[in-house]
Design a protein around this ligand. Sequence first.
Ligand code: KG4
Ligand code: ZN
Length: 352
Amino acid sequence: MYFCSVYCEKMQKREIIILGIESSCDDTSAAVLRNGSLLSNVLANQEVHRVYGGVIPELASRAHQQNIIPVVQRALDLAATPIEAVDAIAFTRGPGLLGSLLVGTSFAKGLSLSTGKPLVEVNHLQGHILSHFIDVPEKELQPPAFPFLCLLVSGGHTQIIVVHSPLAFEIIGNTTDDAAGEAFDKCAKVMGLPYPGGPIIDKLAAEGNPLAFRFAKPRVGGLNYSFSGLKTSFLYFLRDRLAEDPDFIANSKADLCASLQHTIIDILMDNLIAAAKQTGIREVAIAGGVSANSGLRNRMLAESDKRGWKVYLPEFRFTTDNAAMIAITGYYKFLAGMTATLDVVPMTRSGQ
Ligand code: KG4
Ligand code: ZN
C-alpha cells in the first residue's frame, strides 16, 4: 500500500531515481540514473585475477565485499543524490558467480530493509541489451526501435535475441558450448597473453593480416553457435607450427590475433545475417564485452552499408559489465511495477 502511493506520486512527478548495483563476476559497480539519464557510474575492477589467467570465484567475492560499500557511496556522491532520494534499488540477480552475486544481492537487501526502498532484481543479460537505452547528458539518444535484433556477446554468453520491448525478449540463437569472449580469452591464454585476452587480441590484430591463417569455423545448425572447436583448431595449429619454429608465436603474434579475430567475427556475423534475413528485422544492435571489439564494430558498420541495416553500437563504457545497465533495466521494471521481495535469491545460470 505504502509502495503504491509512493509509486503513483512519483509517476505524476515523472522523476524516478534508480540506484543500480552490479556484482555478477569480477567488476563491482554502482550507478545512479534519473529518469533513465546517467548521473553516475562507478566501477572497481579486480586486478587480482590477472596473474591467474582467469577469474578466481573466491577472490572475486572477497574483492566485492571490500569494494561494494565505497563504490555505492561514491556513485551516490557523484550523482549528488542522498540515498533518501532514491526510488528503488536495482541489483543483478544473475546469471553469474554465486559468491559474487551473493555480495550484491545481500547488500541490496540490507539497504532496502534499512531505507524502506523497494528492490528490483535484474537479469544481467537484459542489462547488457538495455545499455542502448541509457540516456547520457549532452548526447542525443538514438536507441534502437522495436523490434530489433541484438547480438549479445560477452565472456559467458553468445546469443541472438529479438527484442520486442524493454521487457520482452526472444532468444533465437545461442552457443552450444563456449561464448565468443571465452574463445578470445582461451586462445589468448594459449598464446601466453594475460587475462582478459579479448582487448589485447583486438589491439594486436590492428597490426596483423586477418587472412594470414585460416581456422575451423564450426557449424551447429540453425542460428546457434559453437566456439570450442575453434579453440581446439587454434591449439593444434599452434602446436604444429611451434614444432617447426619455437618462436612462431612471438614472430607471428599480430597475424595470429588478426586471423583469429577475423574468424570469430565471421562466425558471429554469418548467423546474425541469417537472423536478419529470417526475421526481416533491419534494426540491429550488439551488446556485451565483445561488442567493444573494433573489428566487430567495423564489420557491423560495413554490413549496415551493404544490407541497409540500422546499426547500434554501445558506448565503450557500457560494453563490459557496469551498473548503469542494471539501473536502466531496473528503471523499466520499476515503471512496470515489477519489484522483488526480500526472499529473492541469486540465479547463477540463465533461467534458474
Ligand atoms: O560483458 P563482459 O564484461 O562480462 C560478461 O558478462 O561475461 O564481457 C567480458 C568479455 C571478456 O571475455 C573479454 O575478453 C571480452 O569481453 N572483451 C573483448 C574486448 N573487450 C572485452 N573481446 C574482444 N575485443 C575486445 N575489445
Ligand atoms: Zn556481462
